[in-house]
Design a protein around this ligand. Structure first.
Ligand code: UD1
Ligand code: CA
Length: 457
């Protein structure tokens, strides 16, 4: 059997009143990304012919948040119901395709579930349902005497007997467009909410003797809709614990799977250990044998094999090679590249700098816009003065140089290979290789100097 074309419509026009926010609901973040981004990811995995997103509340803010050129954006100016929302997408739907309808506020739906629904919808209607012990608020799946779905009744329109039904509509369905288009054109808004309900197409299908498949989803989180900040927080925890389980399944050691947050992609090698409270953002790659201490925040970075990162370290857009020692309390800012076996210690900030093999910056330093050679030792409190208020300039430090504690290197400046800078120097001119350069006032002792004394009243 040839696979028919697939169209996907994502409903995302609602305000989300219960979020109590000016921001459209689908732009609220789950695991660091808008809700809609999660739905789009599952949608894209199905390789559809088209993805149509129906937006409305919040106006252009929703399309502007996404760069993907493959999305067709359709505006629903007034939110007159889910059926009305899908009607807006009709002009973009292919006559011979199957349409999968997803909700922008149901973010954990898996591509696998969507796929099986689509497979069942070939020239018919397939619903994704689930069993909810407290079904309040959801559309109920009403079945006929043979047990086949006959209609969906919304909570507000349901009789007491119907309200007792625990099988509910996830809102996700797949239907062949040859039916969808005529059914949509027959919708009316004669119901408790005065809305055009998409769910009314189920009774139309039954009436037209079109087979209705109902797949019961056994994972309630995949179909959980987000209506409030409480829902958002619950789904966030589920997302995170599932990600943590996935990491442990590949061999990562987590001190506590309930205390890690991944807001993006975390790629890990073998024998990686992560202590509690760490946050990973964007794209992070961690090679074999890396140990990460408690409460580190690591974003868009790669960490080489065997490197140890101590607690409270922040890393943002940096590349760290193998066997480094970083932290505690270190900060690596964008453009930092550390070669193998470098040591970056407490209260050290590195920005837009390359630090070559075996060099050490262990205490209380700022190194910015610098090129540091191999086996360099940068003493406590050394500052590269890279900014004159207008321009940023570079500091170059040759291999095996030794920079004495509390020195300032005023860029642009070059410290030659093997040079030694005396502690407390303010270096504003290049320092030659292999020699001691001292740039500070000479020590003097003042004879007969006395401290001021307190006078009695
Ligand atoms: C809908 C279903 C209900 C189902 C529930 C599952 C209908 C009539 N009801 O109810 O059977 O159990 O979802 O969560 O379909 N939207 C628009 N435009 C509109 C209205 C809604 O784009 O005019 C979007 C919303 O942004 C949201 C989705 O459609 O993403 C669902 O809308 P919502 O108002 O939350 O529907 P429910 O009342 O929850
Ligand atoms: Ca809803």
């Amino acid at each position: 059997m040839s696979k028919s074309l697939l169209n996907i419509v994502i409903l995302a026009a609602g305000k989300g009143t219960r979020m109590h926010s000016n921001k459209p609901k689908v732009l609220h973040h789950l695991a660091g990304e808008p809700l809609l981004a999660h739905v789009l990811k599952s949608a894209a995995a199905l390789n559809p012919e088209k993805i149509v997103v129906v937006y409305g509340y919040g106006g252009e803010a929703v399309p502007q948040a996404f760069a993907d050129k493959r999305i067709t954006w359709v505006k629903q100016t007034e939110q007159l119901g889910t059926g009305h929302a899908v009607q807006q997408a009709v002009p973009y739907l292919d006559d011979d395709a199957t349409t999968l309808i997803l909700l922008g506020d149901v973010p954990l739906i898996s591509a696998a579930h969507c796929e099986s629904l689509v497979a069942q919808a070939h020239s018919q209607l397939a619903l994704l349902t689930f069993i909810k012990p407290d079904p309040t608020g959801y559309g109920r799946i009403v079945r006929d005497d043979q047990g086949n779905p006959a209609s969906i009744v919304e909570h507000k329109d349901a009789t007491d007997a119907q309200r007792a039904i625990q099988e509910v509509n996830s809102g996700i369905m797949a239907v062949s467009n040859q039916y969808l288009k005529p059914w949509l054109s027959q919708l009316n808004n004669e119901n408790a909410q005065g809305e055009y309900y998409l769910t009314d197409i189920v009774a139309m299908a039954a009436n037209d003797h079109v087979t209705i498949a109902a797949e019961i989803c056994d994972d309630e989180w995949q179909v959980a809709g987000i209506n409030s900040k409480q829902d958002l927080a619950s789904v966030e925890r589920v997302y995170q614990i599932r990600y943590a389980q996935k990491l442990m399944a590949t061999g990562v050691t987590l001190a506590d799977p309930a205390r890690i947050d991944i807001r993006g992609e975390l790629n890990t090698g073998q024998d990686v250990e992560i202590d509690v409270g760490c946050v990973f953002e964007g794209n992070v790659t961690i090679a074999d044998g890396v140990k990460i201490g408690a409460y580190c925040v690591i974003k868009d970075a790669s960490i080489g094999a065997g490197t140890v990162i101590s607690p409270y370290t922040h890393i943002d857009q940096a590349k760290v090679a193998n066997d480094c020692r970083i932290g505690p309390y270190a900060r690596l800012r964008p453009g930092t590249q550390l070669s193998a076996s470098t040591h970056i210690g407490n209260f050290v900030e590195i920005k837009n700098s390359q630090i070559d093999v075996g060099s050490k910056v262990n205490h209380l330093s700022y190194v910015g816009d610098s090129t540091v050679g191999k086996s360099v030792n940068i003493g406590a409190g050394v500052i590269t003065c890279n900014y004159d208020g207008v321009n940023k300039s570079r500091t170059v430090i040759g291999d095996h140089a030794f920079i004495g504690s509390d020195s300032q290197l005023i860029a642009p400046v070059t410290i030659g290979a093997g040079a030694t800078i005396g502690a407390g120097s303010t270096v504003s001119k290049d320092a030659p290789a292999d020699q001691l350069t001292v740039a500070r006032a000479r020590q003097v002792t003042i004879n007969n100097w006395k401290r001021p004394e307190k006078t009695k009243k």
